[in-house]
Design a protein around this ligand. Structure first.
Ligand code: ADP
Length: 189
């Protein structure tokens, strides 16, 4: 079961991905978490992407695609995975499709978590995660980048008839219930 959890910054992807990971016993892969951990550990990747994350812009497609393709070949992903934060541009989505095809695999579900913009800003500024990109100015940049570069990814998967839109307003449990009932239509779950 391969799932993409998609939505703007602050939509709750990370929170829901963790719950899904426990329910379906498939690992959660967050590109943002990989980058933050690389930055914390000052690895070559971390050094390369630090200023990009701090600015709220996107890491170059090639870097992200190579990273994800590498990660997904690890044994722990063999029964499926939940992608959070990837693909974030149309070229990344195309590269991911090529990766799936090459591995004789397919995407099972694309879950879009919808949350109005005012609510996103409120959530991010109050979540207290101590992220250097969680300031009001950087959040506005990230939302702009989402609109310009990431939202077209939804249209890309719409053309494949894969998008399931979930209302991202409500309690964590309510939203989780909506996602799992959307996923239950897929035979592989
Ligand atoms: P959020 O969804 O709250 O913005 P993430 O943790 O998903 O947070 O991403 C944080 C930052 O990591 C992004 O602003 C971007 O700089 C970088 N990043 C994460 N995933 C990608 C990706 N697929 N492509 C490019 N940059 C990425």
């Amino acid at each position: 079961m391969n799932i993409i959890l998609f939505g703007p910054p602050g939509a709750g992807k990370g929170t829901q991905a963790k719950l899904l990971q426990d329910k379906y016993s498939i690992p959660h892969l967050s590109t943002g978490n990989i980058f933050r951990s690389a930055i914390k550990n000052k690895t070559p990747l971390g050094v390369k992407v630090k200023s990009i994350l701090d600015s709220g812009q996107l890491v170059p497609d090639e870097t992200v695609v190579d990273l994800v393709a590498d990660e997904l070949t690890k044994d722990k992903y063999k029964d499926g995975y939940i992608l959070d934060g990837f693909p974030r541009t149309v070229p990344q989505a195309e590269a991911f499709d090529a990766f799936l095809e090459k591995n004789n695999d397919a995407l099972d579900a694309f879950i879009l978590l919808s949350v109005p913009e005012e609510e996103l800003i409120k959530r991010i500024l109050s979540r207290g995660e101590d992220r250097s990109d969680d300031t009001e100015e950087k959040v506005k940049t990230r939302l702009q980048v989402y609109r310009d570069e990431t939202e077209p990814v939804k249209n890309y998967y719409d053309q494949q008839g894969k998008v399931q839109e979930i209302d991202g307003l409500g309690s964590i449990e309510e939203i989780f219930e909506r996602i799992t009932s959307a996923l239950s239509v897929h035979k592989t779950v």
